[in-house]
Design a protein around this ligand. Structure first.
Ligand SMILES: [Zn+2]
Length: 586
């Protein structure tokens, strides 16, 4: 039985994830917009999905299971009949001589354990008998049929559990055979089965590889290729034609490479862009489909840690017909990942995107990548000059390193191209003086620059061993200089840390996330650029118009339990310190 919003609110307040007042305003807002409490809380930035899930695990006093880390095998999943797994939102995670470990998102269901005992290893579901009001209890199973070993429960989010229900699907080959026997719309039905399987398995690519006897279908999941099924050769032509039609490609072209795009609707009703590339090979036409959905991690702004406000600004800037968007930071601060996420916003068939990079980090179908090559004299500047002549809508320049590249980039941005690039600079404010030092005309820079991003990467707290601790107001003030601007008077700060466990190699951290600042180039900032103002002046003006610094964004993530205060202080300083350190840094 899923928890009600009222239950959730109580849990979150009890565990100090949100305050009474925050809960009250979130509840009111939720009622107004008729949106679930959880959605409102995450919109308000009060709680992340991850934190929410670990709050629930904490509440149930169960270990939190990261199903990405320890994935149940198909055999384990099938230990419970599908009906039981779906009804109780559960999956077997481990089995040994003593018993089983079962992950569930609904541990409060009193019948769960009984259901597991009755059904373990059975093919047909036996649901626990309901007490019948006024009558005899339902037919009870003889006790010998019950599993009597240990049943250990762990908590996992519903979405993660349901991801493994794919193992209840019949193999593709069996379903292909059924489709072929029915002899109706064979090709479209085969394609739907393949696409839906790929989506459920979170594949990033689907490969159709013609062999002499059959066509091999393979999925790439988390970077690894797996065979998914085989299509009899006589049905492949229909499949190819169907994909060509859906992807707006030439049906009668069999000997040249073609690119296309399909807008597919998932079984959950979400739209998904699929980029298609068809290449002729000896045994026919090979198709590669790339699924550009939300789950292709690394590549969405939200996944990289950009909050809603930042995303809105960037979405808007990325849809301008021309101008320049720069991201700055030291080496290894995730700059190119951010550029790719930006580019992905505009990766549509009618938008022509070209990149010049060193090295090309991700090859994306539909995008022309050029690799810098010093041996052949192909540098950022010569490559960029050649690119501009082909007139793409969007140009991505891996890095602006010298004055020549900078000036061609600014000119391209001025003449109807949207240009994305990175710059090795400390923060958003120092990007402008750096470009001016490279010899870019202040007036040209002021009129082309749209947004400058500053970024760093912080390590994320391991979700499996995260715990919270409170810091009294007096102690919080000592955390860093200027802390009084970040902590409310008298507030007891709740912070998070990882204890260290097997999942994180005892470091307490797992994965990384960006912290960001966005300098919007407003008319006031343009004036400062024209006057060749210092980074300090630029930062001051930006702060005046509401810019939140990297440290501010980082502190939100510290409060949200995404990272630790120690980690934030390792990579960023509070803005007042940035001002006083300015001379040293330059
Ligand atoms: Zn851990």
């Amino acid at each position: 039985m899923p928890l009600t919003d009222a239950d959730l609110g109580k849990i979150l307040v009890e565990q100090s994830y949100v305050s009474e007042e925050e809960l009250k305003s979130a509840t009111e807002l939720g009622a107004q917009r008729s949106v679930p409490l959880k959605t409102i809380l995450s919109d308000m930035g009060l709680i992340t999905e991850e934190l929410f899930e670990s709050a629930l695990a904490e509440y149930y006093k169960l270990p939190f299971a990261d199903l990405q880390q320890s994935q149940p095998t198909p055999a384990l999943v099938e230990l419970l009949p599908e009906e039981v797994a779906r009804t109780f939102s559960c999956v077997v995670l481990k089995q040994d001589e003593n018993g089983v470990t079962v992950a569930t998102s609904d541990p409060s269901n009193a019948q769960l354990e009984e259901a597991v005992r009755l059904n373990l290893g059975k093919e047909k579901a036996i649901l626990p008998s309901q007490p019948q009001p006024g009558g005899k209890p339902g037919t009870a199973q003889p006790p010998t049929q019950k599993f009597m070993g240990r049943v250990q429960l762990v908590y996992a989010p519903r979405k993660a559990i349901e991801g493994f229900f794919v193992h209840y699907r019949k193999p593709l080959a069996t379903r292909f055979q059924a489709i072929i026997t029915r002899q109706r719309k064979v090709a479209p039905e085969i394609i739907v089965e393949i696409f839906n399987d790929a989506i459920e398995l979170r594949a990033s690519d689907i490969h159709f590889e013609p062999q002499e006897q059959y066509v091999l279908v393979r999925f790439r999941v988390d970077g690894v290729m797996h065979e998914a099924g085989r299509i009899p050769r006589e049905y492949y032509e229909g499949v190819v034609n169907r994909i060509k039609i859906e992807g707006n490609m030439q049906i009668d072209e069999h000997f040249a490479a073609q690119d296309g795009a399909i807008r597919y609707r998932t079984p959950q009703g979400n739209p998904m862009d699929i980029r298609v590339s068809i290449v002729p090979i000896v045994d026919g036409e090979k198709i590669v489909c790339r699924l550009l959905s939300e789950y292709v991690r690394t590549l969405t702004l939200a996944d990289l840690g950009f909050n809603d406000t930042y995303r809105e600004v960037l979405e808007k800037a990325a849809h301008k017909p021309f101008g320049m968007i720069l991201t700055t930071g030291p080496t290894g601060s995730g700059k190119s990942t951010t550029l790719y996420a930006l580019m992905k916003i505009r990766n549509k068939p009618d938008v022509n995107i070209s990149t010049i990079e060193d090295p090309v980090e991700y090859k994306v179908p539909g995008i022309n990548h050029i690799q810098v090559n010093a041996d052949t004299g192909l540098t950022f500047s010569t490559g960029l000059r050649a690119l501009v002549r082909q007139d793409p809508n969007i140009i991505l320049v891996g890095e602006i390193r010298d004055g020549e590249t900078a000036s061609i980039a600014v000119n391209a941005a001025l003449t109807g191209h949207l240009l994305f690039s990175t710059l090795h600079a400390n923060d958003a404010g120092t990007a402008v003086p750096r470009l001016l030092d490279m010899g870019v005309e202040p007036f040209l820079l002021a009129s082309t620059l749209e947004v400058v991003i500053g970024q760093r990467l912080v390590r994320r707290i391991c979700p499996q061993c995260r715990f919270s601790y409170s810091v009294p107001y007096a102690e919080a003030l000592k955390l860093f200089a200027g802390a009084e601007h970040y902590v409310q008077k008298g507030e007891t700060l709740r912070l998070y840390r990882g204890k260290g466990c097997d999942a994180c190699n005892d470091t307490g951290y797992k994965g990384r996330m960006g912290i960001y600042e966005l300098m919007n180039i407003t008319p006031e900032i343009e004036q400062l650029i024209i006057k060749r103002a210092t980074s300090t002046d630029l930062n001051r003006q930006a702060q005046k118009q509401g810019m939140r610094f990297m440290f501010d964004d980082g502190f939100d993530k510290v409060r949200g339990g995404v990272t630790t205060i120690e980690e934030l202080l390792r990579v960023a300083a509070p803005p007042d310190l940035i001002f006083t350190n300015d001379k040293q840094d330059d």
